[in-house]
Design a binder for this molecule. Structure first.
Ligand code: HEC
Length: 105
């Protein structure tokens, strides 16, 4: 687990250097994802809401990355690809997912 996190962090850092808008997962969250995930807009699971994230985390991180990058329509609502910011690098989106998951673990 630790190894995976370190590997992802390394990849994310590499991505940041090449993508103009990309920054830390926290920055991406605060610029993009917060719009829905702070207040639970449109059925989005709220940041820090363990009950809302439990079943999602159970799907596995790779699925959550995939759904965040490609978009996902579930029972609660629709998650737009990259939160609507398709100019973000995949790695920037992944680091935002890591940031969000860090708030419920
Ligand atoms: C326009 C609103 C909106 C924005 C912006 C948004 N999301 Fe979401 N997100 C949703 C909704 C709604 C869901 C729940 C979909 C469902 O389960 O029905 C969701 C679900 C998710 C999930 C869980 C997916 C799953 O498989 O259960 C993750 C992870 C996620 N979002 C990450 C992000 C990240 C990272 C960003 C910023 C890059 C972001 N979201 C921006 C609306 C949004």
């Amino acid at each position: 687990m630790k190894k995976t996190v370190i590997a992802i962090a390394g990849v994310a850092m590499f991505g940041i250097g090449t993508a103009a808008h990309a920054a830390s997962g926290e920055d991406v969250y605060k610029q993009v994802c917060f719009a829905c995930h702070d207040a639970g807009v449109a059925g989005a699971p709220k940041i820090g809401d363990k009950a809302a994230w439990e079943s999602r985390i159970a799907k596995g991180k790779d699925i959550l990355y995939k759904h965040s990058i490609e978009g996902f329509t579930g029972e609660a609502g629709a998650m737009p690809p990259k939160g609507g910011r398709t100019d973000l690098s995949d790695d920037a989106v992944k680091s935002a997912v890591d940031y969000m998951l860090g708030k419920v673990q």
